[in-house]
Ligand binder design. Sequence first.
Ligand code: HXC
Ligand code: NAP
Length: 269
Amino acid sequence: MSASTHTSVYRNDLLAGKVAFITGGGSGICKGIARAFMSHGASTAIVGRKADRLQAAAAELSDETGQRCLAVPADVRQPETIEAALAKTIEEYGSLDVVVNGAAGNFLAPAAGLSYNGFATVIGIDTLGTFNVCRAAFDAGLRDNGGVIINISATLHYGAQPMQTHASAAKAAVDSITRSLALEWGQFGIRVNGIAPGPIAETEGMKRLAPAEEVTKKLERAIAIGRFGRIDEIANVALFLASDAASLVHGETVVADGGAWLGPANIEF
Ligand code: HXC
Ligand code: NAP
């Protein structure tokens, strides 16, 4: 997809002049969100630990969209690295409008075999990381100028999933942070929402959770729409939430999963 051939259900200048800070933006779903934001006129800063991958992603996204993308390596578990990344972003672009919290870690592990540190690591990246970035972005500019926060969640914790105690707990807490910050920060002109994707094809997340093709096929058959979601479908929800079209949407986590969490659509007898 290049800037010239890009077609969208949204106006191409939907986010013109906006600056988005996107954790996890070097890969997968959040790289797709960065691409969509840039295709609609935004400049982005993408954040992750792996500087090389981040640089490559930034160059690729800029080439595709003709918009600026800054690679800012940082670890969301280390607030001082996030503060530095935000400062660099604001120094480069002069403002901060949208923050997407997509950095996450996950793996399959039964609770009985999960180490203390394994649980703490996922909580550290997903939950503490989301709070750290929101809090640092508040001080860096959102408090004075307002803006939009979008926290990437999941649907795991609506019920329960085997081998996902850590990720389910982490994302339940993320949803809670979304609601609390919406309540407290609405007065500053900050809109806070979340997106809960279902299984999304061609992502690290699904490679880890459904590594075998036959598992993928079975899972897809069980989803109401009969397939996994695509990265661009999640990016479309992020575009909506980042835009003024969502001016009254606040404290909400939008589920985008093709009905997956409702339960199995087809039971194989
Ligand atoms: C059991 C594991 C494990 C595994 C790591 N650990 N992998 N335990 N099974 N497969 C344990 C380690 O043994 C260690 O505990 C602790 O976790 C920390 O491991 P480190 O490797 O030191 O952690 P770190 O380098 O910080 O890396 C974090 C990570 C890693 C989460 C473990 O996989 C990572 O960086 N992931 C980022 C990419 C990612 O996960 N993407 C998918 C997001 S998808 P001990 O006790 O040994 O010290 C997603 C989907 C949600 O979130 C919902 C989908 C439907
Ligand atoms: P992904 O490509 O692995 O994305 C995770 C990103 O987080 C990576 O770019 C990683 O970059 C970054 N990250 C991890 N730990 C970090 C840390 N400590 N500090 C800074 N950045 C860190 O996985 P994905 O599948 O696209 O998932 C993206 C988001 O969607 C996650 O929030 C995930 O929970 C959510 N989600 C995914 C699915 C799915 O089907 N894939 C379903 C529901 C929800 P580095 O390794 O360079 O740090």
